[in-house]
Design a protein around this ligand. Structure first.
Ligand code: NAD
Length: 329
């Protein structure tokens, strides 16, 4: 089995090498992302292993198929970056449906606490021996209402954490979990009643820009928005306008709609072309991490273990329980 591994980072290589050696899988690592221009690097490989910002559009998939690639092994849960129709009947797609949901849920809470207790500001001040507290007033989470959109694995962990803080939790899910004891309400109730809103649903045609300018009008003044799911759930310009108009009190973003050319890279020596992102970053009440929520030892190990097992299962049996089927997408 020859694997072409795209968008490889040092932390990926160290977690994957352990399992690849044990399982006798040969991996060739490429720093570059996979797209139609780089697809030829996979020539001669049986499988490509890809992450969230690799582009598996029709042109790329067709090139991979022509070059004999049989399997796309996603080392993530989401598959919004894969044209499943183009893969249908040609290339099998497998993913990692679960790996430490705690990693993402805890990161969401870390960002929320950092934001509302102004830790990001205090850290910089005390480094400069500025011990003033002016402007650092926050608010208690206890007794506040959090709206959670998507009550799957990560959403449920986040809900448990919020309950631990004594928050009142409102939930919205297209497929509510029966007998869960969760308080499911309409999206409009989430928008209108929440002091904090956190997104944990997948990016689909239905959830694209689920927070847009029409929704901003419905939000409670001062709401804190957390997005650790996928950038395009939020219309970034509408978010920026909501912050400028003081309707949105703060934003904690681990993902951004146009992140694919920026995140996971050091572009500090370049001029940022994206004015919306630059303006968001310049805001004192916006915290941005670059798709980092999954990055814990436990999650990396889980990703490497499941991905290498998916590859073995597929090439040994032709089947894999973590296959992504077009009809289920
Ligand atoms: P999951 O499949 O367990 O849960 C997703 C939930 O969203 C399900 O309950 C589903 O019913 C619900 N849902 C589906 N369509 C919906 C809609 N239209 N409206 C509302 N809810 C809807 O997934 P998960 O493991 O909890 O992951 C959630 C998301 O987190 C993933 O889709 C992925 O985009 C993101 N994620 C981000 C990181 C990161 O590092 N930032 C890491 C892992 C996952």
């Amino acid at each position: 089995m020859r694997i072409a591994f795209f968008d490889a980072k040092p932390y990926d290589i160290s977690s994957f090498e352990k399992f690849a050696e044990e399982r006798n899988i040969k991996i060739k690592y490429y720093e570059t992302k996979l797209n139609a221009d780089t697809a030829e690097l996979a020539r001669g490989a049986d499988c490509v292993c890809v992450f969230v910002n690799d582009s598996l559009d029709k042109e790329t998939v067709d090139k991979l198929y022509d070059d004999g690639v049989k399997l796309i092994a996603l080392r993530c849960a989401g598959y919004n970056n894969v044209d499943l129709s183009a893969c249908d009947g040609k290339i099998t797609v497998v993913r990692v449906p679960a790996y430490s949901p705690y990693s993402v849920a805890e990161h969401a809470m870390a960002m929320l606490l950092t934001s509302i207790r102004r830790i990001h500001k205090a850290y910089i001040r005390t480094k400069d021996f500025n011990f003033s507290l002016n402007g650092l007033t926050g608010f208690d989470l206890h007794g506040k209402t959090v709206g959670v959109i998507g009550t799957g694995k990560i959403g449920r962990c986040f809900i448990d954490i919020c309950k631990g803080f004594g928050m009142n939790v409102l939930c919205y899910d297209k497929f509510p979990v029966k007998d869960s004891g969760l308080n499911y309400v309409s999206l409009d109730e989430i928008w209108g009643k929440s002091d904090v809103i956190s997104f944990h649903c997948p990016l689909t045609e239905e959830t694209y820009h689920i927070l847009d300018e029409t929704v901003v009008d419905k939000l409670k003044k001062g709401v804190v928005i957390i997005n650790t799911s996928r950038g395009a759930l939020i219309d970034a310009e509408a978010l920026l306008d909501g912050i400028k108009s003081r309707k949105i009190g703060a934003a904690c973003l681990d993902v951004y709609e146009e992140e694919s050319d920026l995140f996971f890279r050091d572009v500090s020596g370049h001029i940022l072309e994206d004015d919306v992102l630059a303006r968001l970053i310049s805001m004192p009440n916006v915290i941005l991490t670059s798709h980092q929520a999954f990055l814990t030892d436990e999650a990396l190990e889980g990703i490497a273990q499941t991905t290498t097992q998916n590859i073995l299962d597929y090439f040994r049996t032709g089947k894999c329980e973590n296959e992504v089927h077009l009809q289920n997408a």
